[in-house]
Write a protein that binds this ligand. Structure first.
Ligand SMILES: Nc1nc2c(ncn2[C@@H]2O[C@H](COP(=O)(O)OP(=O)(O)O)[C@@H](O)[C@H]2O)c(=O)[nH]1
Ligand SMILES: [Mg+2]
Length: 649
């Protein structure tokens, strides 16, 4: 299964890769700084050169040492291109917030910082650029301002480095701080589900379509079969490049270019996602936690139309506030997002919301359930559910998801996408839940998925009541044809249905004869032939007196060998025509009562009886006398005292 192929670091894993993003207001010197650091001019478009502004994402790389390499994503600062900035900033490990010393904090400085905060970028630094343009005392004022601006954000207390891309002042120090931050950044998880959100699509002569992106998690190899979501386009990786070098394998945290044969540039878009087939499911709805920024311009109303940004994608959406009509700036709540297009998410992913018009960053949060069902339940219950998904233990989260999946078996793959647990913890959690009887595994070891016990029991109960109803209406019929019963439980798929029947048979609550299912207690009517067998069987036992035959020869003599014969015989017993003494030893009711009466009469006269005396009384061998007496002991007619039996009471 593709997503689980590689779980550990590979010995061939290359140098640590860290993705650095720039952020900041237009014209504050982001592109100039990247060029000063790397020698690469990321403004490649003619229009970018002419207008002197970045429109597209720019990419550069910086080898810090033999085992540390930085991929740099240079983003546009113009307010019209915040959408592009968002596509570049997802998946970065650290940010360089660029602020021009002569201008200070400007609108997109603020907006970009908010975006990084919402996406939970963990580290970064501030580059105070264009220091060659300002006087030292002005610098001091800007620094003091900055402190207030950064307070309460992830950059509070972060290094602030004055630089000039023009004179080179401060660049060595900046490089040094970058190195320290990059070394301290945890490496990306190679074990996660493979995801590469696409940020560029283009075509290269002789190769065809190429997509690029920051590899979020997992790894990708040449030859891997991939699917481009959300439109489920298939391809196979023909060529892979990392920072312009052809490689066999790309790892989480690398800027990656993938050559995808068989796909046209027009079929793909920024915002699409490269994944392994079957590993992820696009959705039109999401359950999320949502925080509105403190400086959002106004409250967010229930059902407001917004722009939803996840990875490199933007989808229009309506926000369904689950417990209020309005969310005020600075407040947080649970929400359900109804998307106007498709998005592909994993639980725990961070997202950003922008208002529809004007397009302004207003808030964001994390995905709690990437594929929620249609929301129909009571609000209090739903909020409880989301609370568990947000802050419950992993066991609670998994149980929630099982409950929510209802009769649709949910596989480990699917759980892994929803529960934001790594594979090992998930397996352990599942094992615990199966042992505790909470999860019912299908296909022996759960390879066909799991069902919550509550759902399982509910469906089992439904089968029983369907059967009762059927027997009530059709008392003369043996049972409900299996296929007909199945159509009455359309929620249960074939695997679950088979498992339900299996368990109900084991528990002796139903029986199946010739593909007909009946309640265990229902007595089917016999055919004339079966009635005849039954009559002959009874005669055999009646004629045998106190020395009944073994069951099997009796059945063949009656002409009812095999399983069907046993069923007929059990009917005889259920009706009371024969009485069970032990295992396969039965007495006809008539002789049973006779033996009982003789025994009681004897005991009235003699107060006790031995085995030989009982043998003589009935005229049978020990083979019969001993089990008969043991039977009468067990039904509390007699009691054993040494070698004798006495009346029980
Ligand atoms: N004097 C001076 N000018 C700079 C410096 N950095 C950038 N600039 C100029 O500021 C303008 C905008 O720079 P650019 O890097 O394109 O800004 P961006 O929009 O943030 O990418 C350009 O004209 C640069 O030459 C600097 O350190 N000192
Ligand atoms: Mg620029």
């Amino acid at each position: 299964m593709p997503p689980f192929r590689r779980l550990c670091y590979d010995a061939t894993m290359p140098t640590k890769h860290i993705i650095v993003g720039t952020a900041g207001h237009i014209d504050h010197g982001k592109t100039a700084l990247v060029k000063a650091l790397t020698g690469i001019d990321t403004d490649r478009l003619k229009e970018e050169k002419e207008r002197g502004i970045s429109i597209e994402l720019g990419f550069a790389n910086l080898a810090i040492s033999d085992d540390l390499s930085l991929g740099i994503v240079d983003v546009p600062g113009h307010e019209r291109f915040v959408k592009t900035m968002l596509a570049g900033i997802g998946g970065i490990d650290l940010v360089i917030l660029v602020i021009a010393a002569d201008e200070g904090v400007m609108p997109q400085t603020r907006e970009h910082l908010h975006i990084c905060d919402l996406l939970q970028v963990k580290r970064g630094l501030v580059a105070l650029t264009k220091v060659d343009l300002v006087e030292p005392d002005w610098m001091e004022m800007v620094r003091v301002d900055l402190e207030g601006f950064l307070a309460g954000t992830f950059l509070q207390g972060a290094p602030v480095i004055p630089v000039s891309s023009l004179t080179g002042q401060g660049l060595p120090e900046l490089r040094e701080v970058l190195r320290e931050l990059a070394e301290a950044a945890p490496p990306k998880r190679q074990a996660g589900i493979f995801r590469l959100p696409i940020d560029r699509v283009f075509s290269i002569k002789g190769f065809g379509t190429v997509v690029t992106g920051t590899l979020w998690s997992g790894t990708l190899k040449v030859g891997d079969e991939v699917v481009i979501l959300p439109h489920e386009l298939r391809s196979r990786v023909r060529r892979l490049q990392v920072h312009g070098k052809t490689v066999e394998q790309a790892w989480a945290g690398q800027r990656t270019a993938v050559n995808l044969p068989g796909l046209e540039v027009e079929q793909l878009d920024r915002g699409d996602l490269v994944a392994f087939p079957g590993s992820l499911k696009p959705t039109t709805a999401l359950d999320v936690s949502l925080a509105l920024l403190k400086d959002a311009p106004r409250a967010l109303r229930n059902r407001a139309r917004v722009r939803f940004h996840l990875g490199t994608s933007e989808v229009l959406a309506r926000v369904v506030l689950l417990d209020r009509e309005e969310l005020n700036p600075g407040e947080e709540s649970f929400a359900h997002l109804r998307l106007e297009g498709l998005a592909t998410a994993l639980a725990g992913d961070r997202y950003v919301l922008r208002s529809y018009s004007p397009a302004l960053t207003i808030g964001g949060g994390s995905i709690l359930d990437p594929t929620p069902p249609v929301r129909r339940r009571a609000r209090a219950q739903l909020l409880e559910h989301l609370k568990v998904l947000r802050s419950g233990t992993s066991g609670q989260q998994v149980e929630r998801l099982l409950l929510q999946a209802g009769p649709a078996p949910i596989t480990l793959d699917a759980l892994r996408a929803s529960a934001s647990l790594d594979e090992l913890s998930l397996k352990e959690e599942m094992k615990r839940l199966v042992e505790a009887g909470v999860a019912v595994p299908l296909g022996g070891k759960g390879e066909l998925g799991y069902i919550h016990r509550t759902t399982f029991d509910r469906l089992a109960g439904e089968i029983l009541s369907r059967l009762e109803e059927f027997h009530r209406k059709e008392p003369l019929k043996d049972g409900l044809p299996k296929e007909e019963l199945r159509t009455k439980l359309p929620q249960a798929g074939p695997v679950l249905f088979a498992r339900l029947l299996h368990d109900l048979i084991e528990e002796r609550r139903i029986a199946i004869d010739r593909e007909k299912v009946r309640h265990y207690l229902h007595q089917p009517t016999f055919s004339a032939e079966e009635q005849a067998v039954k009559g002959r069987l009874e005669a055999i036992y009646r004629d045998a007196g106190f020395q009944p035959p073994d069951l099997e020869p009796a059945l063949s003599r009656a002409g009812g060998g095999g399983k069907a014969g046993v069923t007929i015989f059990h009917r005889l017993a259920d009706e009371g025509a024969v009485v069970k003494i032990k295992d396969d030893l039965y007495l006809h009711r008539e002789h049973y009562e006779r033996a009982k009466g003789m025994l009681l009469d004897y005991l009235k006269l003699h107060t006790s009886i031995t085995v030989p005396e009982f043998k003589d009384l009935l005229g049978v061998s020990r083979k019969f006398a001993i089990p008969f007496l043991e039977h009468f002991d067990s039904v509390k007619l007699t009691r054993r005292r040494g070698d004798e039996r006495v009346p029980y009471a």
